[in-house]
Ligand binder design. Sequence first.
Ligand code: ARG
Length: 572
Amino acid sequence: MNVLERLRTVFGAAVPEGADRAAFAQAVRPASDPRFGDYQANGCMALAKVLGRKPRELAQEIAGAADLAPLAGPPEVAGPGFLNVRLDDAWIAAALHDLLADDRLGLTPPARVQTIVIDLSSPNVAKPMHVGHLRSTVIGDSLARILQARGHRVVRDNHLGDWGSQFGMILWGWKHQRDEARFARDPVGELARLYRAVQARIQGGETAVEDAAREETAKLHAGDPENRALWSRFMPHCLGALQAVYDRMGVHFDVQLGESFYDPRLASVVEDLQRKGLAVESEGAIVVFVEQTEAPLIIRKRDGAFTYATTDLATIQHRVETWHPDQILYVVDHRQGDHFKQLFEVARKWGYQAVDLQHVAFGTILGKDRRPFKTREGDVVGLESLLDEAAAEALKVVRENSPELEPAEQSRVAEVVGLGAIKYADLCQNRISDYVFDWQKMMAMNGNTGTYLQYAYARTRSVFRKGGIAPEAIRAQRPAIVLTHPAERALGVRLLRLPEVLELAAEELKPNILTDYLFDLANAFSTFYEGCPVLKAESPARRDSRLALCELTSRTLKSGLNLLGIDVVERM
Ligand code: ARG
């Protein structure tokens, strides 16, 4: 059990009979200010109201009943009825000593292992992948890593949009204005060009082109041999280009089942829903009425075409049959909120009540003008060029800070720093909010950035390099931990928090809970590093204890960043 869990258990048991123990326990959290100790129980005021008692008096009573030993002495009653907990120094030192020998940094398996399917990235292929898909990929990957580290069984599924109307546009473009030579040289570039060209004609009001493109999609779905053959010819190129981006980002999937995979099931999904009396005919279409929204969910259009929703229903069916998941998480733009609300309701009516379906929504990436992020040409930013730009921006930072590194090493570090900066800037936001994309801010050496955390990690490593000491040797030696300086203690308390932070991040599906923690940890390390000489400590015992704190910080930062999908470098 982690520290927070242990405190919550004790406090929950200490409240008077009949009170809401869970709510009281839930209000125990890390202290917002070190003057209030390390943790605080803030539930007395609310509980006193319910019980019709005086808050301070109730707080005194709970303080008397809460036996926190050996973690801490009796809680202190403060203000109108806060309970402040200060962890016991000897206990912290002993716990850190244990942590040195623990490869898992205190993480323990969950009470019940869950199977969780994560629907992430899921771009529409054959159009250039754009910055909007960055968020789903980065947030989804981090959540997968966090849930896996918690001990759950995770299935990462890239639900590719490989069957939509963009193919009709490309097919029409191919038949009327293709450039074979260019396709031979750069197939994905040519497909993107065709897509843009046809899109421009449609947007320019050429309804004949629009109708013709729709017709091509319908023919593809109906099994037209020519369109199917072209689709099969285009797909490997599209997938190859995507794979290059994923490889560079260090993101992998367990399965990539695109919309096309579900096509053969769609007719039977509609039939089944009709048979069960859930789907009905309405104005020539087949629809399911849902309580939450006025418009029904259309599962077959008047022209016979199936929809995005039909595919998503078939996908739920397949996922449940294949993996029997406890939960399916959809890491998708918040603008699809209504779609998922309707989808989940229909799925539940259809019989999928046991699986917890959740839309993990996120906001939009904005430019400095606070409008959706675009390049100078006014194009939606392509993901690949964005990664190139990140590496180029990072190279400037690396050249300035580490002129002593070889140029090849500078480039390697720049790739890690650039990618880390982009990922971190995305993950440190409350995912629901929009955020402004800003190179300078995201690569600042100071502040809540990936660069600052990578730098903090490199600092922990440089201590060992300078001292000619291997971190593994300190781990093996397991020196006694001495916490005399306040900065040592503050760092130590934070080093014990990783397990509780991951649990909170997993519960709320919010990687920013982890980034906040890592930032706090890096700050505590920085204060420690400035205030407590390590290699020049007053005594060998002090030195070894401080090296042990460096080792633990190093491992915690590296693991934490890894759970965000961010790499570290030894020097920068
Ligand atoms: N391909 C869709 C898009 O780019 C996202 C798919 C999300 N996943 C799902 N199961 N609907 O908008």
